[in-house]
Design a protein around this ligand. Structure first.
Ligand code: ADP
Ligand code: ADP
Ligand code: ZN
Length: 214
């Protein structure tokens, strides 16, 4: 299974990715997670990416593409992967296509999450992430049993720096401008599958599986 999860920030890509990883036994490759890990560790890449991620701008293509190609060459990707948050520009999509062609591979599906901006703002500003295990939840839509504490590991929950209302709004604008054109790009290749992202997470998961296959 080689698939791209496409959709605006907050659409539920990460939430579905966890379930899909388990179902299909392929890794989730989240460029956002890779950048956040590098920022936390203070690597050169992290230092370069930080100003962009914090302000909700895209990290420049030249810092993203080689990173993803290297990751996809690793052993755990040989039977497939779920790309979460990549590609985000037409240039990145073209580079991915070239890479796949070189490998004699192709994408099985582009899973596109359709959802309105108002609900996205509510999802992003209410999102909380566990400092310890990285699990995500939502203060209203999937509240932890104890406020501020991760259900899975007891770690402390925090809000991502870019999940403030202001930065969330700029991220949605960046999505419209730079990433939404990918819908058209992939609809031309016949790989695009559209899903209603504004529905119960388990129902959505079942719908995705029914389209991607058992
Ligand atoms: P993305 O990876 O696309 O940015 P996430 O999966 O992190 O999105 O989801 C954003 C927020 O919305 C999280 O707080 C998550 O718990 C919540 N969420 C995800 N899917 C749903 C859903 N189907 N219904 C309600 N809330 C959801
Ligand atoms: P979300 O889950 O809310 O969609 P991500 O975790 O995917 O957000 O991304 C967080 C930030 O990381 C983005 O706002 C951007 O700055 C950077 N980023 C992630 N993936 C890419 C990419 N493919 N190209 C450029 N920047 C990226
Ligand atoms: Zn945790």
């Amino acid at each position: 299974m080689r698939a791209v999860l496409l959709g605006p920030p907050g659409a539920g890509k990460g939430t579905q990715a966890i379930r899909l990883v388990e179902k299909y036994g392929v890794p989730q490759i989240s460029t956002g997670d890779i950048f956040r890990a590098n920022i936390k560790e203070g690597t050169e890449l992290g230092k370069k990416a930080q100003e962009y991620t914090n302000s909700g701008q895209l990290v420049p293509d030249e810092l993203v593409v080689d990173l993803v190609k290297d990751r996809l060459m690793q052993d755990d990707c040989k039977n497939g992967y779920l790309l979460d948050g990549f590609p985000r520009t037409i240039f990145q999509a073209e580079e991915l296509d070239k890479f796949l062609a070189e490998q004699g591979q192709k994408l099985d599906a582009v899973v596109n999450f359709e959802i309105g901006n108002e609900i996205l703002i509510e999802r992003l500003t209410g999102r909380r992430i566990c400092k310890k295990c990285g699990a995500g939840c939502h203060v209203k839509f999937s509240p932890p049993k104890v406020e501020g504490v991760c259900d899975k590991c007891g770690g402390e929950l925090e809000q991502r720096k870019d999940d403030t209302r202001e930065t969330a709004e700029s991220r949605l604008a960046v999505y419209e401008e730079s990433t939404a054109p990918l819908i058209d790009y992939y609809s031309k290749t016949g790989t695009l599958k559209n899903f209603n992202g504004d529905q119960d997470r388990d129902k959505l998961f079942a719908e995705i599986v029914s389209v991607l296959g058992e």
